[in-house]
Design a protein around this ligand. Structure first.
Ligand SMILES: [Mg+2]
Length: 300
């Protein structure tokens, strides 16, 4: 695990770094509050921070408040490590949003076990947010998480003036599978299709399970031709799949219908509009006979 240590005293920086390294932690150092904040703002931030209270350019208390008031996408567990040892100081620190508080000069063993407490909290926190964001059956993003991610992707595409494509995919005649073979078989089909989708997307694409048998793919920075290739390949591979749902049953075959909508960077369509359009084209694919890809794009 990586730990951020923000400390203006070179002496304490060295001591803390040495003991943390000795316990197997990777240490990221900052010499003042601003330096620490710049590290915390990054996406791959360390999730545990040991902050000195008295530092130049934003002290530990202000840094605590700044962290708590910003909408970071992962929790930062903060231990204040300070020479301020009055009861009022402790309360001010906790009030500012610190999770724990250690007084200098510190006891090594105490620091060690307090870090372990932090580690337990962080692991729980990460597990909870993973559960809250993913669909239990497929491991894909759930609808809410997909919407959140799409929203920021749409703003990004406006800013970068790049196109963005959504693919709405829906399994054909899925109800029949559930009715004839039961929900467990239905779940297996869904999970297999989800895995197939993941095989076909690029590194920066993301997928959500939107409803029962409905999936949505976001293909950033892709024009229609590229996205159509992905959808058509996925449609074709889906058609060829043989899905074993039970030992005593012949493998099932499925098909899916796809709506592909490409948003131009010159037309500012919001995420709900994009989803509605992709859904409309998916519906068109259904009415035109299913097992097909139906494309559309922004009108300029
Ligand atoms: Mg200091």
């Amino acid at each position: 695990m990586r730990i951020l240590v923000a400390e203006d005293s070179r002496y304490y920086r060295k001591i803390i770094e040495t003991v943390l390294n000795g316990w197997g932690y990777e240490v990221v150092l900052a010499k003042d509050g601003i330096g620490a904040w710049n590290i915390i703002r990054e996406n791959n931030r360390p999730q545990l921070a040991i902050l000195d209270w008295v530092m130049p350019n934003m002290n530990g208390l202000e840094l605590c408040q700044t962290v708590r008031n910003s909408a970071l996408n992962s929790y930062v567990y903060i231990i204040l490590l300070t020479g301020m040892d009055k009861k009022d100081d402790l309360i001010a620190g906790l009030k500012a949003g610190a999770d724990d508080y250690i007084v200098k000069p510190f006891d090594e063993q105490e620091l060690k076990y307090r870090i372990q407490i932090g580690q337990r909290i962080i692991e729980l926190e990460n597990k909870i947010s993973r559960l809250a964001l993913t669909d239990w059956l497929t491991g894909l993003l759930n609808r809410r998480a997909f919407m959140e991610r799409l929203e920021s992707e749409v703003y990004r595409s406006w800013r970068l003036k790049s196109p963005l494509t959504l693919i709405m995919a829906d399994l054909d005649n899925f109800k029949r599978i559930n009715d004839e073979y039961g929900h467990l078989a239905g779940d297996k089909v869904i999970a297999r299709f989800a895995a197939e989708i993941l095989r076909h997307i690029r590194k920066y694409d993301f997928v959500g399970r939107f409803g029962g048998e409905e999936f949505i793919l976001c293909i950033p920075e892709a024009g229609q031709i590229q996205a159509l290739e992905i959808a058509e390949r996925l449609r074709h591979e889906t058609e060829d799949m043989q899905i074993k749902v039970a030992a005593d049953l012949a493998p099932l075959s499925i098909t899916a219908s796809f709506g592909v909508y490409t948003a131009s960077s010159q037309v500012f369509e919001d995420s709900n509009t994009l989803i509605k359009k992709a859904d409309d084209y998916m519906y068109q694919a259904k009415t035109q006979g299913k097992n097909r890809v139906s494309p559309g794009q922004s009108e300029l």
